[in-house]
Ligand binder design. Structure first.
Ligand SMILES: N[C@@H](CCC(=O)N[C@@H](CS)C(=O)NCC(=O)O)C(=O)O
Length: 215
C-alpha cells in the first residue's frame, strides 16, 4: 500500500462524536495526521471552498496526498486500516470482518442515529445546524432505549461487542454511549454488562473526551 495516497489533512471537530471515532481509531493505531479543527457552531464546514473540496458538510473529512478526499467515518477508518493494518481493529479473519461490520452498523443505526435525532431536534446549541422538530426528538427516544437493550444482551454473552477482543465496534459503541449523555439518557442501572464493559474501557487513552485548548 506504499503507493497509495497518504492522508495529509483531517478536517475534524474533535468534540463531535463522528470525528471523535476517527480520532480514537488513530490513537489506537498510533498514527498522526495533521488536523484542522472546526467549531461547528461557526458553520465553517458550510464554506463553499470546503463543500467544493469534500462534497459534503459532514465531518470528519480527509484529504489525501493526490488531492482526492474521503468522508464518512467508517470509510475513512477502512482506508486507514488498509494503510496501517496493525493493530487490527476492523477484522483479521473473514468472520471477524463480518462480525465487526455487523456491530458497527447496529451501533450506528440503533444508538448513534437515534441519539443524534434526540439531540439535534431538542438542544438549543443545535438550532444553528438543524430545523428543529421536537416531535423528532421525542420519537427517537424509544428506538434509542431499544438499541441499549440490544447492546446489553450482546455484552452479557460476549466480553467485547464483536467477540473476545477490543475492535472498532467497541470504539463506536463507547463513543455512541458517551455521546448519548447529551440527550440526558443514561445506561439503565440494570444493564450491568454494559456498565462493566464501559468501566473496563474508561481509562483507554483513545476513548478520553477531547478538551479544546483554552482560547
Ligand atoms: N455519516 C457520517 C455522519 C457525519 C456527521 O453527521 N458528522 C457531524 C458531526 S458528529 C457533522 O458534521 N455535523 C455538522 C452539521 O450537521 O452541520 C459519518 O459517519 O461520518
Amino acid at each position: 500500500m506504499t503507493d497509495a495516497p497518504q492522508p495529509v489533512r483531517l478536517v475534524t471537530c474533535s468534540t463531535a462524536p463522528n470525528p471523535r471515532r476517527v480520532n480514537a481509531f488513530l490513537i489506537e493505531k498510533g498514527v498522526e495526521i495533521p488536523k484542522e479543527e472546526i467549531d461547528l457552531a461557526t458553520r465553517a464546514h458550510y464554506d463553499p471552498a470546503h463543500l467544493d473540496k469534500f462534497g459534503t458538510h459532514h465531518l470528519p473529512a480527509l484529504e489525501l496526498s493526490d488531492g482526492s478526499t474521503l468522508t464518512e467515518t467508517m470509510a475513512i477508518c477502512r482506508y486507514l486500516e488498509a494503510l496501517h493494518p496493525e493493530p487490527n481493529l476492523m477484522g483479521a479473519t473473514p468472520l471477524e470482518l463480518g462480525r465487526i461490520d455487523q456491530w458497527n452498523r447496529r451501533v450506528e443505526f440503533m444508538i448513534m442515529l437515534p441519539a443524534a435525532y434526540v439531540f439535534r431536534h431538542s438542544h438549543p446549541a443545535m438550532a444553528t445546524l438543524e430545523v428543529q422538530e421536537p416531535v423528532m426528538s421525542e420519537w427517537h427516544r424509544r428506538p434509542l432505549a431499544k438499541g441499549l437493550e440490544v447492546v446489553e444482551a450482546r455484552l452479557r454473552a460476549s466480553p467485547f461487542l464483536a467477540g473476545d477482543r477490543f475492535t472498532m465496534a467497541d470504539i463506536n459503541a463507547y463513543i455512541a454511549l458517551d455521546f448519548m449523555r447529551v440527550t440526558k439518557t443514561r445506561v439503565p442501572e440494570d444493564h450491568t454488562a454494559t456498565l462493566a464493559w464501559q468501566a473496563s474501557l474508561a481509562d483507554r487513552p483513545s476513548l478520553q473526551r477531547y478538551v479544546p485548548p483554552a482560547a
